[in-house]
Design a protein around this ligand. Structure first.
Ligand SMILES: *Cc1c(COP(=O)(O)O)cnc(C)c1O
Length: 393
């Protein structure tokens, strides 16, 4: 892999961790559907593989690929994004710890933290992490983790990763215990944003979304900046066992090979649809980091190398959102995002339905908010579809 580590992202997507099979020369890493491995002698597993929960060659190839893309020391693949989050928490948090978490986060993150981890004695402060003073003020001597999603789901708010990494370092020095910065990089992907290079300690993914990219697999990953943190995640991955299956590891690896091509297409479509909506009289608000009107457009331009295919628009009321969504033909009304096909959703009743109305209001998730995941179809077809939707509003 040494020759690929300085290569561009699009090259790493194809080659990192993907050496031809040593036994057969197979160019594509095979799917190894084996639960166990023959040992040559007592205490001598043949190639470091013993039992598939601990290590599987198909999964290991994907993990090497993801570590290379994010610039981490190690990556570990899990059965879903939520399994990655739960395993990350089990590896790095304990009762009595406090977490500063961006209030704009995936609804499942909110549910897991408030309804599961809180019961194990971990405390959370839900903070507007676009405001660095608020983030700094929320840190206590018990804080062990800053957890942010940027761009965030569904309001497309950004958090300044380099500045938050500095806050985590200051807190580590002040409190004499490691305070990590972990970033959910699902929306941007390493193609457009590399949090570890900006000082983060870990990156989390729902590979279900852009990394797999074809809406046919559920998975998650944790990428650790250091080998020590990677070893803790590996320990929990084996101990708790929420691993990604060999078949899904194959699918995600195959998806990642075209990540660069897909992200460029998602980005071009996101920009075009956002610009069309922003100029339309029936749209109250368009939330897309690539628009100059986005409150953090300057940060987006600095921190990301593209803006991607996710955007949200506010149509002012539930009824208007419903009329728009029901009229779309190319954008499919569905949960999830990041696939080649365009999807549309209503965060207040779908992805963020687990939040109480006042919690949604505090996050700007109004009843008129619609989330669009722009796929890789022809740009003019997507623009025509949202135009058709607005015709019914
Ligand atoms: C979907 C998603 C998750 C959860 O991932 P699953 O694979 O559905 O478990 C976490 N974070 C973000 C930003 C997501 O979009």
């Amino acid at each position: 892999m040494s020759e690929t580590t300085t290569a561009g992202l699009g090259t790493l997507c194809v080659h990192a961790g993907q050496e031809p099979d040593t036994r057969t020369g197979a160019v594509t890493v095979p799917i190894y559907p084996t639960s166990t491995y023959a040992q040559d002698a007592l205490g001598s597993p043949r190639a470091g593989f013993e039992y598939a929960r601990s290590k599987n060659p198909t999964r290991a190839a994907l993990e090497a690929l993801l570590a290379a893309l994010e610039g981490g020391a190690a990556a570990h693949a899990f059965a879903s994004g939520q399994a990655a989050l739960a395993s990350f928490a089990a590896a790095h948090l304990a009762a009595g710890d406090h977490v500063v978490v961006s209030r704009a986060s995936y609804g499942g993150t909110f549910r897991y933290f408030t309804k599961v981890l809180a019961g194990f004695g971990v405390a959370f402060s839900w903070v507007d992490t676009t405001d660095l003073d608020a983030a700094r003020a929320a840190v206590t001597p018990a804080t062990r983790l800053l957890f942010v999603e940027t761009p965030a789901n569904p309001t497309m708010e950004l958090s300044d990763l380099a500045a938050l990494a500095a806050i985590a370092r200051e807190a580590t020095a002040q409190h004499g215990a490691k305070v990590r910065l972990a970033v959910d990089n699902t929306f941007a992907t390493p193609f457009f944003q590399r949090p570890l290079a900006l000082g983060a300690d870990a990156v989390l993914h729902s590979t279900t979304k852009y990394l797999n990219g074809h809406s046919d697999s559920l998975g998650g990953a944790v990428v650790s900046a250091t080998a020590e943190d990677g070893a803790r995640i590996a320990f929990v991955q084996n101990a708790a066992g929420a691993i990604l299956s060999p078949f899904d590891a194959f699918l995600v690896t195959r998806g990642v090979k075209t990540l660069a091509l897909r992200m460029r297409a998602h980005d071009a479509n996101g920009r075009a649809v956002a610009a069309f909506l922003a100029a339309h009289s029936k749209v109250a608000r368009v939330l897309y980091p690539g628009l100059p009107s986005h409150p953090q457009h300057a940060l987006a331009s600095r921190q990301m190398s593209g803006f991607g295919g996710m955007l949200a628009l506010d149509l002012g009321s539930y009824d208007a959102a419903k009329r728009f969504l029901d009229a779309l033909r190319l954008f499919t009304l569905a949960e999830s995002l990041g696939g080649v096909e365009s999807l549309a959703g209503h965060p207040a009743s779908m992805s963020h339905g687990s939040l109480a109305p006042e919690e949604r209001a505090a996050r700007g998730i109004t009843d008129g908010l619609v989330r669009l995941s722009c796929g890789i179809e022809e740009t003019e077809d997507l623009v025509a579809d949202v135009e058709r939707g607005l015709g019914e509003v």
